[in-house]
Structure formats: C-alpha cells, structure tokens
Design a protein around this ligand. Structure first.
Ligand code: GLN
Length: 232
C-alpha cells in the first residue's frame, strides 16, 4: 500500500485562459467553463481515466505553470510553434486555425497586413497575434491580458485593428456581442495548428494524450464535439 493514489487516478490539472470563445470561455448560464477545448479536455480526461480539474490562468502564464508543475496540461487554443517547443512538449495537432485582422465596420483604409504600418493594433499578450503585430513597422501594439479586451478597445477606438485567431474573431462577430462592431479584412495568415501542451520532457503524458485523441477521433466523439461548436 502506498500513501498516494496511482498516477492514473490522480486529478489531471488542465490550465486554460477562458477568454477565447468558442474554444474556452465562461458559460453565460453557469460557473462552468465551456467551449470546444473544454469539451475536448473533459473527453480526453475521461478517455485517460483521469478526473479533470480546469485551472483558469492568464494565457502567458500557461507555459510557466507547466514548467513549475502547477498544471499537467494546457489546452487553450495554443498554436504549436518552434519557439514554444523549446519550453513545452505538444500533442498531435487537434485543430487548424490562423490569424486574421479585424477593423471597425466603417474603416476603408485597412484592407490587409500592409495597411497596418504605423497603426495602433490590439492583441493578447503572449500570443502568435501579438508576435505578428510586433513585426509590423511603426505599429503601436497594445497588449492585453485577455483575448476579449482588444475587441472592446477596437469598438472604443483605442486601436485601429485587432489581430487574433480567425475562428475566435468570427465567433465574436456573430455570437459574442460583436455584431456591427467589427469586420474581418484580408486573408487568413499562415495555418496555425493547436496542440495540447505538457511540461518539457513529459513524453509519457503526451503519449497518453495522443492515444486518447486518436481514440476520440476513431469513436466519433471528436466529430461530435467539432460539430457542436463549428457546425458540419
Ligand atoms: N493561437 C494563439 C496562440 O497560440 C492564441 C491563443 C489564445 O489566445 N488563447 O498564441
């Protein structure tokens, strides 16, 4: 007999920044976190035989929390990037997104990335959108803690444009109060693949996540969750 429960029965602590609808956000009707990633997180936990505890963190705090061992996994619309691979290990990709620009509906000056030079751009700190904005010549980049804050700043004319993941902007414009407050311009930038992140070196856990993900795809559960949030 050992004092601690075997690893399989220990709670799986999953960190997320729930300001990123439709992937992770506060349910309007309950205290629950909801969204595509949250359904996926719960399904992965079930498949792995682990109870899931969702931990609400800043997006830029997720990788440090993995490193410190405060969470076991991060599921937060996190793009698999070479830079992040230095700090964490990623699962197989589970969703394909990409960045897009949003401006106010009456803005006819900004039609794409080249028109953002010298403009004010709102982004969420620590994201691929922030990194992109920081490469634009002469742009003034305003970085916010949460993903929904740049949208408000755009509506309030504090910035000229927002750069964020296209599915999140699209959901804001139709389902999260953004009707008439913005429009998407230009093309989706390069494809970005979302992955589940674990502490660097925890390949055993990543293997379990990949196996669980494959099982959810095979059983149709992944498709069910996908349809629920993104339609057919
Ligand atoms: N996919 C983007 C990134 O990884 C944004 C993620 C987010 O804001 N939750 O940086």
């Amino acid at each position: 007999e050992t004092a601690s429960a075997p690893a399989q029965q220990q709670v799986l602590r999953i960190g997320t920044n729930p300001t990123f609808a439709p992937f992770e956000f506060q349910s309007p009707n309950s205290s629950e976190l909801t969204g595509f990633d949250m359904d996926l997180a719960r399904a992965l936990g079930k498949e792995m035989g682990r109870k899931v505890e969702l931990v609400n963190l800043g997006f830029d705090g997720l990788i440090p929390a993995l490193g410190a061992g405060n969470i076991d996994l991060a599921i937060s619309g996190m793009t698999i990037t070479e830079a992040r691979k230095n700090a964490v290990d990623f699962s197989d990709p589970y969703y394909t997104a990409g960045l897009i620009i949003m401006v106010r509906p009456d803005d006819n000056r900004i039609k794409g990335i080249n028109d953002l030079q010298g403009k004010k751009i709102g982004v969420q700190i620590g994201t691929t959108g922030a990194n992109k904005a920081l490469t634009i010549k002469g742009a003034e980049v305003k970085q916010f803690n949460n993903a929904d804050e740049p949208n408000l700043e755009l509506a309030n004319k504090g910035v000229d444009a927002v750069i964020n993941d296209q599915p999140v902007i699209a959901y804001y414009l139709v389902s999260q109060g953004g009707e008439g407050k913005g429009k998407m311009v230009g093309e989706i930038m390069e494809a970005e693949l979302y992955g589940v992140a674990a502490k660097k070196g925890n390949q055993a856990l990543i293997k379990q996540v990949n196996e669980a993900l494959a099982a959810l795809k095979k059983s149709g559960e992944y498709d069910k969750i996908y349809k629920k949030w993104f339609g057919a």
